[in-house]
Design a protein around this ligand. Structure first.
Ligand code: PEP
Ligand code: MG
Length: 542
């Protein structure tokens, strides 16, 4: 038995086999070969297998998402037959006498670079596709057709790190737990694990060896411990711990239907955070009063190209209808920094967290913003939708947003499309600038929701993605609590409500403090709604 330690992201115990997810670019090595002919043959055979896979995926996609959406597989198939692409691979293998994986990787990078600089928007969008097909062929060459994202049985996913775009592709029903060598507890991957309600451990370090692939393991999300090939005693002990935890969670279900009210009668809204419409089941199961944060960017991360207005409309409408009149706060696109989708072709930046992201992209590439706003307003006719804007730092940004919203509403009105005129619009308070001018911002919007993840990062100057800084990271920093207090005061003085949708909202050590400073809403991972309700009901503020 091997015992490893890391940082826990979510409690719970998972028992199952480890499946390593290796990013394709982690495993592309360059080495010399003696027989270019044979190497090219190897490439040809991998290319054929990749094409067979794509043909099957196309058929599956036609059934699941319709022909128009499945077309992308056809585009990939065509790319794998492109003569320039094939010539490039052949050339590299023959002139440099190198392995096929390397030739395909270099060709993919070169073509992707070339596409990304083209005038034509359609062609620019193909940059991500050509990388995608190259990675597929490399996986086949490495006999790693299943890169770990397509799972046939429930497993514990192990990886160096997982990007949010990779995490969203996982089949939720097949993931028992995540364990990563790197990563931090407030990274988006950690947040997704919490949303998925599964034990997860990050920052395990290099001791998490590839050799553990396929081995039986136990993940103790309470203590951050991983047991590989557990002995009988640990297996029995952990099986019991898992049972007790499941019983506790079942007991919490008794709180369904009960009010979020303190002993002295103070009420608070407890909503859920989601990243995908498939999270709705957990939201309803855990009896959340609404959705306090729908991270809409995950819709974009799941795809290889921009989701269309109709695609987005269908998702927002479904979420609004499923929540049957309960509030659904949808945050507009918060892409950039750690949340990257290749087709956005965002430039590499020295300080991505301080860079071109979220509302800054929307106010620069207004077409992208308008497409989303149109979808949101159209969906507003089918439920109780509110819109929330991320990464606000100034009143001017809010005024600019309002102008774009006005245009979108006029366009919809002129085409006779139904939408809710007085839809509630709020902003995230997640920069120190927004806190300090929250008195002015409160006059322009209907609500505030404090994003403590970014607010902590920007206030304490600690990159939420950097595991080396975790020892300096203090989520209970007095500066954050004071900022929350100031924001709540300014909200209430101006007659608007204020909530928290960062991870801190679920911190039971602070629930009482939040209520004392007048927080009106706490939005947490669906699986934590009932724990927060339990805590609220135990508090006496009098
Ligand atoms: C936050 O910053 O606290 C937040 C809720 O948004 P995200 O974690 O998606 O950046
Ligand atoms: Mg944020």
């Amino acid at each position: 038995m091997y015992v490893l330690k890391g940082k826990s992201v979510f409690g719970g115990v998972a028992i199952g086999k480890i499946s390593f997810y290796n990013k394709p670019n982690e495993i592309v090595k360059r080495y010399k070969i003696e027989h270019p002919d044979a190497e090219f043959e190897r490439f040809e055979s991998a290319r054929k297998t990749a094409m067979e896979q794509l043909a099957k995926l196309y058929e599956k996609a036609v059934v699941e998402v319709g022909e128009a959406n499945a077309m992308i597989m056809q585009v990939h198939l065509m790319m794998l037959e492109d003569l320039d692409y094939l010539d490039s691979v052949k050339n590299i293998i023959f002139t440099q006498c190198v392995n096929a994986e390397y030739a395909v990787g270099v060709t993919g990078d070169n073509f992707s670079q070339m596409f990304s600089t083209m005038e034509d928007e359609y062609m620019r969008e193909r940059a991500a596709d050509v990388k995608d097909i190259s990675e597929r062929v490399i996986r086949v060459l490495n006999h790693d057709d299943n890169n770990g994202l397509i799972l046939s049985e429930p497993v514990i996913i192990a990886a160096t790190d997982l990007a949010p775009s990779e995490t969203v592709q996982l089949d939720k029903n097949k993931v028992l737990s995540f364990i990563t060598r790197q990563g931090t507890v407030s990274s988006h991957t950690a947040i997704l694990a919490r949303n998925m309600n599964i034990p997860a451990i990050v920052s395990v370090g290099d001791e998490l060896s590839d050799d553990y692939n396929g081995k039986l393991a136990i993940i103790d999300g309470f203590t951050g411990t991983i047991y590989i090939e557990p002995d009988e005693t640990i297996l029995a002990e952990m099986t019991e711990k898992k049972k007790v935890d499941e019983e506790k969670k079942a007991l919490l279900l008794n709180l369904k239907g009960k009010e979020n009210i303190t002993k002295d009668g103070r009420k608070v809204n407890i909503y859920a955070n989601i990243g995908n419409s498939t999270d709705i089941g957990d939201v309803l199961k855990n009896d959340a009063g609404g959705i306090g944060l729908f991270r809409s960017e995950f819709l974009y991360l799941e795809k290889n190209t921009f989701p269309t207005e109709d695609e987005q409309f269908a998702v927002y409408k479904y979420v609004a209808e499923s929540m049957a009149g309960k509030k659904v706060i949808i945050r507009t696109l918060d892409i950039g920094a750690d949340k990257q989708a290749e087709y956005f072709n965002l430039p590499a930046e020295e300080n991505p967290a301080l860079g071109y992201r979220a509302i800054r992209i929307c106010l620069t590439q207004v077409d992208i913003f308008k497409t989303q706003l149109r979808a949101l307003f159209r969906a507003s006719a089918f439920g109780n939708i509110s819109i929330m804007f991320p990464m606000i730092t100034s009143v001017e940004e809010v005024l600019e947003i309002k102008e774009v919203v006005k245009e979108v509403k006029e366009e919809l009105r002129s085409t006779g499309i139904e939408f809710k005129e007085n839809l509630e619009m709020g902003i995230m308070i997640e920069t120190p600038a927004a806190v300090m001018i929250s008195d002015l911002l409160a006059k322009e919007v209907d609500f505030f929701s404090v994003g403590t993840n970014d607010l902590t990062q920007y206030t304490t100057a600690i990159d939420r993605q950097n595991p080396r800084l975790e020892k300096f990271y203090n989520p209970h920093h007095l500066a954050i609590l004071r900022m929350l207090e100031l924001t709540a005061k300014n909200a209430h003085d101006n007659g608007i409500w204020v909530g928290i949708c960062g991870e801190l909202a679920a911190d039971l050590e602070l629930t009482e403090e939040f209520l004392r400073i007048g927080i009106d809403e706490l939005s947490v991972s669906p699986g934590l709604v009932l724990s927060v309700r339990k805590k609220v009901r135990e508090i006496d503020l009098s």
